[in-house]
Ligand binder design. Sequence first.
Ligand code: ATP
Ligand code: MG
Length: 789
Amino acid sequence: MAARPMPYLDELNPAQREAVEQLDGPVLMLAGAGTGKTKALTARIVHLLNTGKARPNEILAVTFTNKAAREMKNRVGNMLGHQIEGMPWLGTFHAICVKLLRRHAEMVGLKSNFTILDTDDQLRLLKQLVQAAGIDDKRWPARQLAHLIDSWKNRALTPETLPAADHGAYNHRGGELYAQYQQRLLELNAVDFGDLLLHVVTIFQKHPDVLAQYQRWFKYVLVDEYQDTNVAQYLWLRLLAGGHKNICCVGDDDQSIYGWRGAEVGNILRFEKDFPGAHVVRLEQNYRSTEHILKAASNVIRGNEGRLGKELWTEAEGGEKVRLIGHWDGEEEARWIGEEIEALQGGTRGMSPVGLDEIAILVRASHQMRAFEDRFLTIGLPYRVIGGPRFYERMEIRDAMAYFRLVVSPDDDLAFERVVNTPKRGLGNVAQQKIQTCARANGVSLVEGARILLEEKGLGGKGAKELALFLDGLERWRRQGMAPVVEVPLDDDAVVDDEATVTATRLQEGKPELSHVELAQVILDESGYTAMWQNDKTPEAPGRLENLKELVKALESFENLQGFLEHVSLIMDNESDDAEQKVSIMTLHAAKGLEFPVVFLPGWEDGLFPSQRSMDETGLKGLEEERRLAYVGITRAEELCTISFAGNRMVFGQWQSQMPSRFIDELPEEHVEVLTPPGLYGGGYGAASARPVASALEERATRADGYNSPGWKRMQARAGQYGTSQPRESKQSAIDLQAVSSFTVGDRVFHQKFGYGVITDIEGDKLNVAFEKAGEKKVVARFVTAPDD
Ligand code: ATP
Ligand code: MG
C-alpha cells in the first residue's frame, strides 16, 4: 500500500515527532506549558488513523473538558484533511464512563437507563439519610458527608474497601452512611458523578473477561493533562492499558492544579514504574508565548520545591514585557481593563487591532467576575463567562436576590417560593401546598396567603412558628428600608404667632432606618441565609459566602434596592448570540490548556491570590499549588500579559487595604514593565496619581516577612520614579497615604448621602465628619470630595 501523505508530521519538531511516531508501547510526554503536548497528542491520533494502526472507534482518548474534546476532534479532522465519521471514545473520563456503564449497568445492580444525579439531588438524598440516622445535621452537615464520599470515590474506595480509619469520619457514622447512600442510589437506579468511574473500575476488577474485551478493543489509549488525574482515573487507565500497554500520557507537573479535588501529581512520577521501559519524551521549545512572558512564568514556578524541573525556550524573542499595574480598588481595576480592551480593539502599543475573541480575563476566585461583568455591561463590551454560571446566575446570588425582591415587592410569588424554605424552616411541600391553596382561595399573593393561613390556624407546629418569624422579618425589613416622611422645621422662616412662637415645618422624605446596603446585609443575616453557608463545611461554601459579600458590595453603586434589582434583570436579559466576538472571563482553573493572544490577570493580592486558605495552611502544599496556578495563568498568554492588583478591596463589608501578591515579588524585573494607573481624581497618567501602585509596592517591600528581594527593591525604586516615595515617618499602607495626603482635619467636604460637613478626625482611610444635617459620622475617604471641586 502506498504511503499516504503525512503533512502533519512536517509541522512537528523532532521531539514531538518522536512522541508521535512511537506508536507502540508506553509513552510519557512530560513538558512545560505551550510546548505542543496537546498538538502532538492530536497528531498521534491522526497518525494512528493514517497509518491504519487503528480505526476511529478503537482509539480511547481522554481530555480534561468537553470543550477540549470537541476541539481535538475538529483538529484531527483538519490534520487528516477530511472530517472523520466520529471518534466515539474521545471525551472526558466522565463522558466515556457513562457509555461504558450503560452497557454493563446490570453488573453493578443498575439498569441501563440509570439517571445521573446532580450535586443538589445528591445532597437532598444525603440529608434524608442523615436525618433518618438521627444525626444532628447542624453539627454534622450533610454537605460534609457529601464531600467525604466524593473524596472516597476519587480514591476509588467503595464501602467495602473503605479503610477502617475512614469509617470513623463524620461522627463515626461515615462508613455506615456511605453504604446506605450507595444502597439508596441503587434502589433509585441512579448514580452520582463519582460513581461513573468507580462503577466501571469495579466492573473491570470483578469481571476480567469484560476488561479483556475492552483491552483488546481499545488498541491505543491517550490521555491529555495527565497531571490532574485522581486515583480512580489512574486505576481505570492502568486497567485498560494493562494488556497491550499502548498508552501515551502527556502532562506537566508544574500545571497540577486539582490537588484539592483529589488529583495526584504522583501519578506522573509513577508512570515509569507502572509501565517499565516507557519512552519518556521531553519538549522544551515553547511555541505559544513571547520571551518576556515565558521568562516571567519560569521565574515564578522556580519558587516551588520538588519539581521535575524543565527549562523552556522560545524563538519569539522580545515582544511586550509582562505589564504590572496597581489600582485603587477592584472597581477601578475593572474600569481600567475595560478601557484597555477598547484601546486594544482599536490597535494600540504598535499592535494591530485585537479581536475580542483573542482576549481573556483569568481570575483566581469566581466572585472577582462580578466587577468585570458589571463594568462590561455598562460600557457595552460583549463578554462570556466560561466554565460556570455568570455571577448573577449563581445559586446563592439568586437566593439572595429573591429575598431582596420579596422585600421590595411582596407580591413576587416566585421569589417567595424560592426562599420560604431556604434555609430550612420546616416548611416542606405540604406546608407550601397549604399556602398556595389559601392564597388562591383568597385571590392574594403567597405572602398574604401565608399570613391568612396563620391567622386561620391552618398550619401548626414548628412550621407555623417559623413561618410567622419569616413573615415578620419581611415586614420589618420593608419598614427598615423605607424612607419615612418627616416634618422638618424651616428655622429661617420662623413664623411668630400671637400666642406663641411656632416653627413652620414642611414635609420631606427622611432617612430610612437602614441604608439599602446595610439592609441587604441585615436581610441575609437575620433570615439565616448567611448562617446556612457558614455552617456548611463543603469546599464550595467559602466561595459562596465571598459571592454574597461581593453582592452586597455591588449595591453600593446604586441608590436603592429597587434600582439594583432593575439593573440585574437587565443583565439577565442580555444573552446575545454566540457567534458574536466576546471577551472571555473565566477562572484560572478553567483556563487550563487554552491560549489567548491577550491575557489579563487581575487580583494578584495576598489573601486572594494566593488564597487566604493556602497562606494559613502549615506547610507549603497549598501555596505551591497556588504558584502552579500563577504559572498556568501567565503561560496562557501569547503576546500580551497584564498582571494587576488593587490597593483596596471590600472584605467582610469593610474596605481593607490589600498587599500585592507575594508572587509579584517573584516576577523577574527585567521582564516586567510597571505601569502607572490613571488618576484617582480624574487626572491622566500624572505623577500624583501613581501613588497607589508605588506606595503599595513599597509597603510590600518593607514588610518584615521576608519579601524583601533585591529585584523587588529595584522594581520599587523604579516605581518610585513615577512620583511617590517621599520619606515617610511611619509605616503606612497605600490607602492611609492617599487619605492623609488629600484631606486634613478642618477641611470642609461633601458626601453624596450626608451632604456638607467638616472633618474632625482622620483614622487611616476613615474620616470623622461633623455633617451639617446628618450629624457626626464616620465615612470612607474616597466617598467624600472637597466642595469646591
Ligand atoms: P499546555 O501545557 O498549556 O496545555 P501544550 O503543551 O499542550 O500546552 P499546545 O497547546 O499543544 O501546547 O501548543 C501550544 C501552541 O504552540 C499552539 O498554538 C500550537 O499550535 C503551537 N505549536 C505546538 N507545536 C508546534 C510546532 N512544532 N510548530 C509550530 N507551532 C507549534
Ligand atoms: Mg495542552
